[in-house]
Design a protein around this ligand. Structure first.
Ligand code: MN
Length: 427
C-alpha cells in the first residue's frame, strides 16, 4: 500500500459530517429527478484514468524548468508516485509509459510493484521526435516519413521494440505521436510524405498482436511550423482507415487550432468506431498542456456528453476507449496537478451522465433550441463533487485527495527521501 489506510481514514473522519450533509442534499435532488444515485456512483468508481509517466515531474518549457524537488528518478519511483495518487483517489489505476524514457530494467520487479499498487499498464508511447544517444541516423528531417529508407527503418524498428516492451507489461495499445512535418513551403511533397508514412505504419501495424491497437495522434503544428504529416483528425482517420481495424484515432485536446469544435470531432470518430482514446489536458492558446478543466470545463463536458450519448446508441460500435492524461507544467506540484486533472475528467463525465438524453433528443427533433441548451447547461451546472467524494469514500480513498495529500505531507516526505534536486527522467 502506497499510503497507510489508517491515515486516509483519519483524514476522512475530520470531513465526514460535512460531506454527509452535502451528499444527502444532492442524493435527494437526483433521486427525485429519476436518477439512481447508486448506479451513478458505481460508474464513477469504475472509471480509471491513466497517468502518463512523464507528468510526474515538472515539465518546464523551452525557456527553463523549475523542479520542486522529490521528483521520481526511475520507473520504480514513477510507479510509486502513481500508487500514491491511486491510493488517494482510487481513479488512477493505470500508467502510460514512454519508451525509451521508461524501459524496465527488471520486468518482474516492475510488474510486481505495479500490481502491489493496483496499477495496470495502459498504452505505451513511442518516441521518434528525439535522437537517442549513439543513434546512427537522425530524425532531424522526420522519422516514419523520412526520405531516407534507413531512417524510416530505424523508426519502424523502434516502434516494434516499444510493442515488445508493452507485451511484456500487459499493455494492449501503442500510441504514436509523430512529430514529422516541415517548416517551410516546398520543403516536402505532401503526397509522397503521406505515402512513405503510410508504408511505415503498415510495418508497425503488422507487428501488432491480435488483441492490440495502434492509436494515431494528430497535431496541427509544433515542433514543425508549416506542415505536420498527421496534422488533423481527417489525416488520422485516413491513416486508420487505410491500416485496418486495429488502427484508431487519438484525440489530444491540446492538438487543435483555436476554437475547433472538438466534441464534434469526437462524435465523428466515435460514429465510425474509430476512436481509440484521449490525451486529456487543457489550453488557452495552443498545445499548452494545462491542467484538465482549468480553461474550458464546458468543452470537456460537451465531449463527455457526445461519448455518453454515443455509448447509449446501438448504432455506435466503438472499441473500449483509453483514457489518458497528457499534461505538463512548470509551476504546480505535478502530483497535485494530476489529482486536479483526474477530478476534472470525472466531474465532466458525471455531469454528462446527468443529461436527460431522451429529453435532449426530443428537443432536437422539435428544433426547440432553448430547451436543448437548458438540458445541457442544467447538467453542467450541477455541482456533482459530493458524488465523486462519496464514490471515493466507498472505494476507501480520500474524501478530498488534495487536502489529504497536503495533510499527510506527501511532497515533503518525497523531498526528504529523494532530495531537493531530483528531477524526473524524461523530457
Ligand atoms: Mn498527447
Amino acid at each position: 500500500m502506497a499510503i497507510d489506510k489508517v491515515l486516509i481514514d483519519q483524514h476522512n473522519e475530520k470531513q465526514l459530517s460535512l460531506h454527509k450533509k452535502k451528499f444527502q442534499t444532492l442524493f435527494d435532488i437526483l433521486e427525485d429527478e429519476g436518477h439512481s444515485v447508486d448506479d451513478l456512483i458505481n460508474k464513477i468508481k469504475a472509471f480509471q484514468i491513466a497517468i502518463p509517466s512523464w507528468a510526474l515531474g515538472t515539465g518546464g518549457t523551452r525557456f527553463g524548468r523549475f523542479s520542486g524537488g522529490g521528483e521520481p528518478g526511475s520507473l520504480e519511483e514513477k510507479i510509486q508516485d502513481i500508487g500514491i495518487l491511486h491510493a488517494l483517489n482510487k481513479s488512477s489505476g493505470a500508467i502510460s509509459l514512454h519508451i525509451p524514457w521508461d524501459i524496465p530494467k527488471d520486468i518482474n520487479i516492475i510488474k510486481e510493484l505495479a500490481a502491489d499498487n493496483e496499477i495496470v499498464f495502459d498504452a505505451v508511447n513511442s518516441n521518434t521526435f528525439q535522437d537517442q544517444k549513439d543513434q546512427e541516423v537522425s530524425y532531424k528531417f522526420g522519422s516514419l516519413s523520412h526520405t531516407n529508407k534507413a531512417v524510416r527503418s530505424l523508426a519502424i524498428s523502434h516502434n516494434i521494440e516499444v510493442i515488445k516492451h508493452g507485451i511484456e507489461l500487459g499493455s494492449k495499445a501503442l500510441t504514436v505521436w509523430l512529430s514529422d512535418g516541415s517548416d517551410f513551403p516546398g520543403q516536402q511533397n505532401f503526397r509522397k510524405t503521406f505515402h512513405r508514412t503510410l508504408d511505415s505504419f503498415h510495418h508497425i501495424y503488422d507487428a501488432l498482436p491480435e488483441d492490440w491497437k495502434i492509436y494515431i495522434e494528430y497535431k496541427p503544428y509544433e515542433p514543425h511550423f508549416y506542415s505536420t504529416v498527421v496534422s488533423d483528425w481527417g489525416s488520422s482517420l485516413l491513416f486508420c482507415q487505410k491500416l485496418g481495424d486495429k488502427a484508431l484515432g487519438l484525440v489530444d485536446l491540446g492538438h487543435h487550432l483555436p476554437n475547433t469544435n472538438i466534441e464534434q470531432i469526437v462524435s465523428r470518430f466515435f460514429m465510425e468506431g474509430k476512436l481509440g482514446g484521449f490525451h486529456f489536458n487543457d489550453s488557452k492558446y495552443g498545445d499548452d498542456d494545462l491542467t484538465v478543466g482549468s480553461i474550458r470545463p464546458y468543452q470537456l463536458f460537451l465531449i463527455f456528453n457526445e461519448l455518453v450519448e454515443g455509448m447509449s446508441s446501438p448504432e455506435v460500435k466503438n472499441p473500449k476507449l483509453s483514457w489518458m492524461i497528457d499534461a505538463s507544467h512548470n509551476v504546480k506540484d505535478p502530483m497535485e496537478d494530476l489529482l486536479q486533472s483526474v477530478e476534472a475528467i470525472k466531474i465532466a463525465y458525471t455531469q454528462a451522465l446527468l443529461v436527460d438524453q431522451n429529453a435532449l433528443e426530443k428537443a432536437q427533433e422539435e428544433n426547440d433550441v432553448t430547451t436543448a441548451q437548458e438540458i445541457l447547461q442544467n447538467a453542467f451546472r450541477t455541482d456533482v463533487r459530493p458524488l465523486l467524494a462519496e464514490a471515493r469514500l466507498r472505494a476507501k480513498a480520500a474524501l478530498h485527495p488534495i487536502s489529504a495529500y497536503r495533510d499527510l505531507k506527501i511532497r515533503e516526505n518525497l523531498v526528504k527521501k529523494r532530495g531537493t534536486k531530483s528531477m524526473a527522467t524524461g523530457l
